[in-house]
Design a protein around this ligand. Structure first.
Ligand SMILES: Cc1ncc(COP(=O)(O)O)c(C=O)c1O
Length: 444
């Protein structure tokens, strides 16, 4: 490896001895169903680096799946959490309300697209937010059909499993699934027949909705503005707006699932803004909490108020410690203008990686918006997905000090989700390492 270790510091074989011991315990006590990504165990983290139990320091290109956008253990987040736990740990908002829950809802109303009164409900996880958005849409419209996209990922609960596309590992053996979910093609410019013509892709999708479901039966269309687990697929311009326009012409609600792409990651506060979409409901989680678990459904006040009191919510939703963490995280996003920072990250990575397309025959595409970047791999000279190569690359990147994730319906995409506070030096070091490994492994 020709790239010198500066932000990274690898001092043992990977995994080191302590990680190996913990792995034995992991195998013995943790359900195999949880799965395991990296062979190393985290000890501490700061900004854009994670240190393992053996003292190895890695550059974080995953942000805990798009959660620590404001950086690992951001000092303002840590301070807010420390202060709050000495005041309130939990009361349940529906039992004894508290101010910071309302403050989070105010911030959600302020930053989400749409110049109209908005309200929110706070919950614990992304899947729970999606479930609640569907409940609200059904209650408001009095209809039950839900339209989802091919390659979508919306979670692992019963309803969201039905909405998620990929069977293995998310659905295999877990049926029966919730009914009244209909799947239509998502725009995939690299591979679909419509290419950059998003309006045509939207027309094909909405024609299919009319045919399969009938617009009068549809409560909502839900789409990720950039598909996450499905492969970091950026739809062609005109696709999302085409869906949203069709929805609004037929009294169907349009829900933007911004759980992975939202809160500055894409270079805008919300990724649906790239196609000028104003959703009726928006689901958020991950980066919102700055590292603490919190999620939300935000939407037009009249829609959010269609639900009877007690119909949505839960014991822990909008826990006060998570709320102050979210407020601190959003404060950092505002102060550091993290949408602009994310856009800058995208430019730096594009500058380093885009030349690989054409130069390296296994790299089909480098795509994304801002700091949500996917690299799709194929078998040289074909468009056949190359999962095996991605496996070889990620086996080496961890050895060289990078924490990185893959995605894609066919497992052939490397996804980059660095903390948005990463410095140019850290980012360049990481991407140079990745680039060298891609070139070497692709040549084998
Ligand atoms: C777009 C999207 N929706 C929903 C979810 C589910 O979120 P959670 O894992 O918090 O339930 C995810 C998680 O990756 C996601 O990316």
């Amino acid at each position: 490896m020709s790239v010198p270790q500066v932000a990274r510091k690898i001092v043992t074989a990977i995994p080191g001895p302590k990680s190996q011991t913990l792995e034995e315990e992991h195998k013995k006590y943790v359900s195999a169903g949880v799965g395991q990504g990296m062979p190393i165990f985290a000890q501490s983290a700061s900004g854009s680096t994670i240190t393992d139990v053996d003292g190895n320091r890695f550059i974080d290109l995953a942000s805990g799946i798009a959660v620590t956008g404001v950086g690992n253990c951001a000092p303002e987040v840590v301070k807010a959490v420390q202060d709050e736990v000495t005041k309130l740990t939990h009361t349940n908002f529906a039992t004894t309300p508290y101010e910071n829950y309302i403050d989070v809802c105010k911030k959600l109303a302020e930053h989400t697209p749409g110049d109209f009164p908005k309200k929110s409900v706070l919950v614990n996880s992304g899947a729970e937010a999606v479930e609640n958005a569907i409940k609200i849409a059904r209650r408001y419209t009095g209809r039950s059909a839900i339209v989802v996209m091919e390659n979508a990922f919306h979670g692992r609960t019963n309803l969201t499993m039905a909405m998620t596309t990929k069977s293995m590992p998310y659905k295999q053996g877990f049926g029966a699934f919730a009914p009244d979910i209909y799947r239509v093609p998502f725009s995939y410019p690299l591979r679909d027949a419509f290419g950059a013509d998003g309006a045509a892709a939207a027309k094909a999708a909405t024609d299919k909705i009319e045919l399969l479901v009938g617009s009068a039966n549809v409560a909502a269309i839900i789409a990720e503005p950039i598909q996450g687990e499905g492969g970091f697929i950026v739809p062609a311009e005109g696709f999302l707006s085409g869906l949203a326009d069709w929805a609004h012409a037929h009294d169907v609600l349009y829900i933007s699932d911004e759980i992975q792409a939202g809160f500055c990651r894409s270079g805008k506060w919300f990724a649906c803004e790239y196609d000028g979409v104003t959703p009726d409901l928006i689901t958020t989680a991950k980066a919102l909490g700055g590292g603490m678990p919190i999620a939300a459904v935000t939407g037009r006040a009249d829609i959010m108020d269609a639900v009877q009191p007690g119909g949505i919510g839960g014991t822990y939703g909008g826990n006060p410690v998570s709320c102050v963490s979210a407020l601190a995280a959003v404060g950092i996003m505002e102060k550091l203008d993290l949408p602009a920072k994310a856009a800058h990250i995208g430019e730096v990575v594009d500058g380093l990686l885009k030349p690989l397309v054409g130069e390296v025959p296994t790299v089909a595409e480098v795509r994304g918006h801002g700091a949500m970047i996917g690299i799709e791999f194929v078998k040289a000279g074909t468009m056949e997905p190359n999962k095996e190569l991605v496996g070889r690359i990620t086996k080496r990147t961890i050895q060289e000090g990078l924490i990185m994730l893959t995605c894609g319906i066919n497992g052939n995409v490397i996804r980059l989700l660095p903390p948005l506070v990463i410095t140019d030096d850290e980012l360049t070091e990481a991407i140079e390492v990745l680039k060298e490994i891609i070139i070497e492994e692709s040549a084998k």
